[in-house]
Ligand binder design. Structure first.
Ligand code: URA
Length: 210
């Protein structure tokens, strides 16, 4: 991925998540600034190997300043636990850092305005796997207009990390038939993470069996 400073050379170099947070906490770059309570930056382990990226804050996230604290967040916590993970192991953020009015979908210009900050978060955290929750985050990070049902539960190498698209927990709450597919995505994530932990076989053994 191109460095953010190549794309936005006027941004001063930011070296910590706290500096990045401070630099956008009073952001007025788009129309969402007028309706938000606060910028919802992200939460979790700043050195996480696994990051989760949702779409945008909802009502409770906007009030509390923390991503995924509403009903979708409760489901996410349960799914994380099932995959042997907790919020302390991972980092959770959104593509859009401010709540869209009435939880409407983010607009293309809002995504473009906010995307550099997500890319900077990824640059600073340096995760090995970025799990995208839902269509918006997946399309933002893969840069493709592909549908989530085509790519969910698979890994895509993007420069030095993998993007792992998953269904959005809110989608499963609204459409009961997506509940099992969402759980399947988390089982596939666990299997993918377990495979990443396996030692690479020595070259001699690969030759013997390959
Ligand atoms: N949905 C999201 O995409 N993000 C949140 O933080 C909460 C709900």
């Amino acid at each position: 991925m191109q460095s953010i400073h190549a794309i936005h050379p006027t941004l001063r170099p930011i070296v910590t998540l706290q500096e990045l947070h401070d630099s956008i906490k009073d952001c007025q770059r788009c129309r969402l600034a007028s309706g938000r309570t606060q910028v919802v930056f992200g939460t979790g382990n700043p050195h996480a190997k696994i990051m989760f990226v949702g779409e945008a804050p909802g009502f409770y996230e906007d009030k509390q300043g923390i991503p995924f604290v509403g009903a979708a967040g409760k489901l996410l916590d349960e799914l994380l636990e099932g995959a042997g993970l907790s919020r302390n192991d991972v980092y959770i953020a959104n593509v859009i850092k401010c709540r869209p009015p009435d939880n409407r979908d983010p607009m293309a210009d809002e995504v473009e305005t906010c995307k550099p900050f997500l890319l900077q978060q990824i640059e600073l955290i340096k995760p090995k796997v970025v799990c995208t929750l839902g269509n918006f985050a997946m399309q933002t990070l893969l840069g493709k207009k592909v549908g989530i049902m085509k790519v969910r539960g698979q890994s895509f190498q993007v420069k030095d990390f993998f993007v792992f698209p998953m269904l959005h927990p809110a989608a499963a709450l609204h459409q009961g038939n997506l509940n099992e597919p969402l759980r399947e995505d988390f089982r596939k994530l666990k299997a993918f993470l377990d495979r990443q932990q396996e030692p690479v076989p020595p070259v001699e053994q690969m030759n013997l069996f390959g």
